[in-house]
Ligand binder design. Structure first.
Ligand SMILES: Nc1nc2c(c(=O)[nH]1)N[C@H]1C(S)=C(S)[C@@H](COP(=O)(O)O)O[C@H]1N2
Ligand SMILES: [Mo]
Length: 313
C-alpha cells in the first residue's frame, strides 16, 4: 500500500498560501489568532489555476448540447441594467468588477471580507455543466467554472443558529442605471436554506467556458442553483450573510403571490400567469418538457421530503 505523506494531504505551499490568505482577509469581529487557530486544515485549497473546459465536453449529463458562448452572453436577465435581455450585454459592459470584495458575515465564527482575486486563488475552479431554467420559460445549458458555495461557507464556519443564507448584489446606481428608479427594492436580494446552500450542486461561479464571467452574467461572482428558477441565481454578489430567519427575496417582496422562497423548478405548479410545463431552450425550435427540479431530482429531492411543494412554491 502506498504510504500517504502528510505533504500530499496538505501540500506545504497550499498550507502557506492559506495562512497568507487568512492573514490578509479583513477580520471583522474575531481576533486574528482565533481565526487562524480555528481554521481547519482541509482540502479547501487545491489548485491555483482554473481548469479550462475540456474540448470533449459538449453536452450535460442528460445529453443536452451546450449553449454557445454567444448565446449565453447575449440573452440575459439583469434588471439593474435593463429589462431587454438582448441589450443587457451592451449596457452592462463597463461594470467595474476588479477590485471587488465579498463580505461573509452574520452567524459565523470567522466573519471575513475577501478580495475576489483571493477567492479565485483559494478555491479550485472546476467545470460544472448546469442547466439554468428561467421562471419566464426559457433555459440554457451552461458550462460554468466555479466552486461549491459550501467551500466558502465552511471557511466562515456557520454557527448552530444559522439556518439560512442571504445574498446581496452590489448597490451602485452610478454603475447600475435601473437602480436609480424605485421600481424594485434594491439591492437584489436572494436566499437559500442552509442545507440547500451546502448541497454540492450549489455553485459560486466565476466563469463560463473557462473564461472570466462577463458583467451580463454576474461578474465577478454569482450564485448558480441549477434546480431552482433562474432568479435565485443572484449576480455580482457583495455580501453573504448567515441568518436565523428566512430572508425575503427581492421577488417575494415585489410579488409574493407569484414568487416564493423556494422557487424550485416544478412543472406541476403553475406560475399564476402561465404554465410551467414546457420550456424554450435558447437556440432550439421545439419546446421541451420541463423536468421536476430541472432534472436534478436525484441530487436534491431529499431536501424537500417533508414539504408541500404546492404551498412552498
Ligand atoms: N442581481 C441580479 N441577479 C439576477 C437577476 C437580476 O436581475 N439581478 N436576474 C435573475 C434571473 S431572473 C435569471 S433567469 C438569471 C439569468 O442569468 P444569465 O443572464 O446569466 O443567464 O439571473 C438571475 N440573477
Ligand atoms: Mo429568470
Amino acid at each position: 500500500m502506498k504510504k500517504i505523506l502528510s505533504s500530499e494531504i496538505t501540500p506545504e505551499h497550499l498550507y502557506l498560501s492559506r495562512r497568507e490568505f487568512i492573514k490578509n482577509i479583513s477580520v471583522i469581529t474575531s481576533s486574528l489568532s482565533v481565526l487562524s487557530a480555528c481554521a481547519p486544515i482541509s482540502n479547501l485549497i487545491r489548485t491555483k489555476n482554473p481548469t479550462k473546459l475540456s474540448p470533449d465536453l459538449k453536452t450535460d449529463e442528460l445529453g443536452n448540447p451546450l449553449n454557445t458562448f454567444e448565446q449565453i452572453t447575449n440573452y440575459n436577465n439583469y434588471y439593474e441594467f435593463f429589462t431587454n435581455k438582448e441589450k443587457v450585454a451592451e449596457i452592462s459592459k463597463d461594470l467595474v468588477t476588479d477590485p471587488w470584495k465579498v463580505e461573509v458575515s452574520g452567524l459565523v465564527r470567522n466573519p471575513m471580507i475577501v478580495d475576489i482575486s483571493k477567492i479565485k486563488k483559494l478555491f479550485e475552479q472546476k467545470e460544472n455543466i448546469y442547466r439554468l431554467r428561467c421562471v419566464e420559460d426559457w433555459s440554457m445549458v451552461i458550462p460554468w467554472t466555479g466552486f461549491p458555495l459550501k467551500e466558502l461557507l465552511d471557511l466562515a464556519e456557520p454557527t448552530s443558529d444559522a439556518k439560512y443564507v442571504r445574498f446581496l448584489t452590489l448597490y451602485d446606481p452610478e454603475q447600475m442605471p435601473a437602480q436609480k428608479d424605485n421600481l424594485f427594492p434594491w439591492p437584489y436580494l436572494e436566499g437559500l436554506r442552509l442545507d440547500e446552500a451546502m448541497n454540492d450542486l450549489t455553485l459560486l461561479a466565476t466563469g463560463i467556458y473557462g473564461k472570466q464571467l462577463l458583467p451580463q452574467n454576474g461578474a465577478p461572482l454569482r450564485l448558480v442553483v441549477p434546480w431552482k428558477y433562474g432568479f435565485k441565481s443572484i449576480k455580482s454578489i457583495v455580501k453573504i450573510d448567515l441568518v436565523k430567519e428566512m430572508p425575503i427575496s427581492l421577488w417575494m417582496a415585489v410579488s409574493p403571490g407569484e414568487y416564493g422562497f423556494y422557487a424550485n423548478v416544478n412543472p406541476e405548479v403553475s406560475h399564476p400567469r402561465w404554465s410551467q410545463t414546457t420550456e424554450r431552450r435558447i437556440g432550439e425550435l421545439e419546446r421541451r418538457p420541463t423536468l421536476m427540479f430541472n432534472g436534478y431530482q436525484t441530487e436534491v429531492s431529499y431536501l424537500y421530503a417533508n414539504l408541500d411543494l404546492n404551498k412552498n412554491y
